[in-house]
Ligand binder design. Structure first.
Ligand SMILES: Nc1ncnc2c1ncn2[C@@H]1O[C@H](COP(=O)(O)OP(=O)(O)OP(=O)(O)O)[C@@H](O)[C@H]1O
Ligand SMILES: [Mg+2]
Length: 313
């Protein structure tokens, strides 16, 4: 659980990642991540949710510097990892933060065996001896619930859940201090989702990991995450502990996401009302700022909206 007296492990400050699409006259700018700030504390599981295209993957990829941020700063263990890339910085990032990629099919090279895929990171880190690498890979495979025999097989020979386990093994084999798990379970059946989440939880304890967990909907993150950030069109619109967010969702978009969670009881499920969120038309974006609703609970809104929120809190 997060302890707020601790120094944050990861600090994301006013981060922006804008993409320019198209050529010259037909250029358009996609503000995939727009002035986003949050901290992640050691040992915490931090959830990031929001609908498709709201910028979750871009945020993760920018943190590990697969993209050059167009604005803002990122610090890890107090060291700036944004700004001009250097060899030391790259080494520091890869040693500390590993990403489990969203698409387990596209992110695993089809021409490499599982042994090669998982062992690659060890090789980069200077583990030259193939026998030593093999041993570490087999240990890791067993740790994520796969078998020794799987090491010589290729990604297409595995199910979705197994591929996700390979992705997790690849991320963890280099013993990072943090992993960014990008929708590690959304492509899986519900029963397999629970298995992969339990696995992540166990590994978190065992390796003393900090996790940033990206997901589409709130039901998956509710029990797994200590705190949750809700993203909407590149903006972080609400941030709170998991319990607080479910008890007092303040942003209308968070409420809409909550209303989308199916209820286990068929009677109440029948009467469940799904809310949808439409941002107010012609709203002056410059009037939006972060307001503190309760300790550690912030919401992006106008002053007027904040007054309304506090009346109903
Ligand atoms: N490399 C890129 N070049 C241009 N635009 C991009 C690039 N990557 C992402 N985008 C755009 O940025 C926005 C955010 O995309 P992103 O993949 O981060 O969303 P997401 O929240 O991860 O969505 P999903 O839930 O579908 O995975 C989208 O509009 C997307 O089209
Ligand atoms: Mg994504």
């Amino acid at each position: 659980m997060a302890d707020n007296n601790l120094q944050p492990l990861l600090e994301v400050k006013d981060l922006s990642m804008h993409f320019v699409n198209g050529k010259r006259r037909k250029q358009s700018i996609v503000k995939a991540v727009d002035h986003v700030s949050f901290d992640i504390y050691p040992g915490e599981t931090f959830g990031m949710v929001g609908e498709s295209g709201c910028g979750k993957t871009t945020c993760g990829r920018t943190i590990i510097r697969l993209y050059d941020p167009t604005g803002g700063q990122i610090f890890y263990k107090g060291v700036e990892i944004s700004g001009k890339m250097t060899r030391e910085k790259r080494k520091f990032i890869t040693e500390n933060i590993a990403m489990v990629f969203q698409d387990p099919i596209a992110s695993l090279n089809p021409r490499m065996t599982v042994q090669e895929i998982i062992g690659e990171g060890l090789k980069i880190r200077g583990m030259e001896d193939p026998a030593e690498r093999e041993k570490v890979v087999v240990d890791m495979l067993e740790r994520v619930g796969l078998q020794k025999e799987h090491a010589t097989r290729y990604p297409h020979e595995f199910s979705g859940g197994q591929r996700q386990r390979i992705g997790i093994a690849r991320a963890l084999v280099v013993k990072p201090s943090m992993i960014i798990a990008d929708e590690p379970v959304s492509a899986l059946d519900v029963s397999v989702q629970a298995q992969v989440i339990n696995l992540l939880n166990d590994l978190k304890e065992e390796f003393g990991l900090t996790i940033m967990f990206i997901a589409h909907n709130l039901s998956v993150v509710k029990y797994f995450c200590d705190r949750i950030a809700v993203m909407y069109f590149g903006k972080l619109v609400e941030l709170a502990t998991s319990d607080e967010l479910f008890a007092h969702p303040c942003h209308p978009y968070t409420r809409a996401l909550l209303s989308a969670i199916p209820l286990p009881d068929p009677v109440s499920e029948k009467t469940r009302v799904r809310l949808s969120y439409e941002p107010p038309k012609n709203r002056d974006e410059s009037l939006l700022s972060y307001h503190t609703v309760a300790e550690g609970h912030t919401v992006l809104c106008t002053d007027e909206e904040f007054e309304e929120i506090m009346k109903n809190y």
